[in-house]
Design a protein around this ligand. Sequence first.
Ligand SMILES: [Zn+2]
Length: 625
Amino acid sequence: MTNSIVSWRNTAVILFISLVINIYGHNSPVSNLVHSYVNVACFKLGLPPLLKHQSAVPLAASAADHNSQIKQYLKSLNAAPLTNEQALEYCPLVPALAPEGYETPYAYFGNPQFREFALKTLKGAVDIPTESFDGSGPVGEDPVWDIFYKFEKYLKEAFPAVHEHLELEHANTHGLVYTWKGKDASLKPVLLAAHQDVVPVLPETRELWTHDPYDSYFDGEVLWGRGTADDKSPLIGILQAIEYILTKEPGYVPNRTIVAAFGFDEESGGNHGARYIGKLLLDKYGPNSFEAIVDEGGQGVHEYQGVKVAIPGVTEKGSVTQKISINTGGGHSSMPPDHTAIGMIAALVKEIEDNPFAPELTTDYNPFFKFLKCIAARSPELDDNIRQVVFRADQGDPVALALVTKYLLKNRLTKYSIQTSQALDIINGGLKANALPEDVSAVINFRVSVDSSVAQTKQKLLGNTQTIAATYGLGVVINETLADGTFALTEVVPKTKKGYFTLSDYKEPFEPAKVSATEGSTWEAYAGSIRHVYQTFAGPIINPAKPPADFSTVKNDLVVVAPGLMTGNTDTKHYWDLTENIYRFSPMRLLNMQISNIHTVNEHLNLDLHLETIVFYYTYIKNIQ
Ligand SMILES: [Zn+2]
C-alpha cells in the first residue's frame, strides 16, 4: 500500500529500527533477521535500503543492474546452486490421466465425418449474432435479448440427444442449465460452464472483417467469425462431447451428476445470466455442493520460456471502479482562480499515477508464484540466477523474494500478477471555452491483487485524494452505495468554500476470488485430463489422416499444468458459493498463433483446436467420475 498514512507509519517504524540497528551493530542474530525484513520493506515502499550488512546486497540499484545484483547476492551466500534434478522438486507433475477405453472415441474424433459435424455445429452457433451490450434493460422488456430464443432453438436442433436425455432448466429465461443425472447421489456434481453471448461487432468495424462475422467462413483450416473462440468453441465443445457419449456409447450414465450451464451476458458482467444461474444452483444444491466448476479463461496451452505449459486460472483479481468528482464554483474564465476544477483533478490524477500500489508476492498464497516455480524448475531458457533466487524465495529468503519481485515488475505481463493495477479510463469536464468548469469527473478502474482487498484499494485512492485536497484546501466526501441501494455520504474532510472531491462506486466492486485447490483429487482429475489431452494425445487430430494405431506410443513434448491468476473476470464470480474448486481454462492450444483476435476484428479459430476442445471435455467428463 502506498496510501500516505499507512506508508508513513511504516516508514517511521522502519526508520526507528534502522536507527537502533545502525547504533547497536549489525551482527547480533536478531539484527540479522530484522535486517532482511527492513530492506524488503524499504524496497516495497520504494525507499533505498536503510541497512547495510556485510553479506547483503543493496536492493535499490537501477533496473539495468538487476541481473548482476542477483548474481552478486547469490555469490555472497556462498551456497551451492540447486542441480536440475533438485530443481524439479519445485514443480511436481500431476500424472496424465487417461479415461478408460479412450482409443476408440479419440480415433473417431479425428475422422472426417466427425470433423464435418464439429465444424457444422460450431459454424451454426457462430452465425447467430448473440451480442450482449452494457446497460441493457431487463429480460422480457428489452428486445436485445430475443436473439437468445433463436440460439436455444438452434442448440435443440444441433444436439438432439442432449435435449432428449438431459433435463433443461431456464434461469431468467435465457440462462440454460442442463442436468445429466448421475447414478450416485452421494457424489457432488460437476459444473461445466460457458457463455452464449459474444462481444458486439461495432458497426464502424464491420467493413474491416475479411469475412462476414456472422456468416462465418471456413477456409479449410480456420473458421472465421465472431465468437469462434470466445466462447462458442467451449460451449459447443461441451455439448458435442455429451452428444457423442449419448449416441456412440448408449447406456453410459455418469456416476456423478454433470451440470452444463450457459450464461448469456458474460461480456457485460453476467448480471442477467450467470447471477441467476448461480442462484438457481444454490437453491437447488446448497452452498459448497459442487465438486468443481470448469469455465473459460486462463491462458490456454502455450510455450513460456521454453516450457509447454497449460495455465488454468485458479483465482481472479478483484475489481474496483470509482468515480472521482470535484465540485467548485464556476465563473467567467477572464478572472480564474490559480487552479480550475480541471487543473485540480489533473493534479489528483498525477498523484494517483505517481503512486502505484506496492507489489506483493506471497509465496504460499499467490498462485503466480507456483507458476513461476514451475518455469524456474523446468525452463531450459530462463537465466540460471533467476531460477536460483526463485528457489531461495520459496525457502523463505526475503531478499531473494524482493529480487524476484523486482524481476517481475520489469514486465507488464507479469507485474500485474503481483500488484493492483490502476487505470484512469474516463475523464469529463468543461463545457464552454470562456466559462470555468463546474463539475469535473474522472473514472478509475483498479484490478485488485489477490493479496489485497476492495477496502485497501479504496483506502489508497482516498489517501491520494486527501493529499491533493490538502494542497488545494478542498473537502473530501465518500458517497457509498449501501446493500439496499441507498446512498450514505461521509464527509472525511469537511467541505470548504473552494469545493470538495467526491468518491463513489462507478461499478459494483468485488473482492479477488478465493484461490482454488491445486492439490488433491479434484485438481488431479482436472490437471491430469489436461496433461493427457495436450501431451499424450496432441498429434492425432492435427493429422487426422494418420491416427496412430496405438495411442500409447504417441510421444510428445512435456506439457506442464501450472496454476495461473486471471487479471480479468468471468461468469464464475457468480458461482463462488457453489464450490472451492473453480478452474478457468479455455481448453485451447495457443501455440503457433492458431487462435487470435478474441474481442476484435477477424476473430478466428483453427478447427483442430476446436476438436481438441471436444476431446478435453470428453476426457474430463470421463475422468471426474
Ligand atoms: Zn468469454
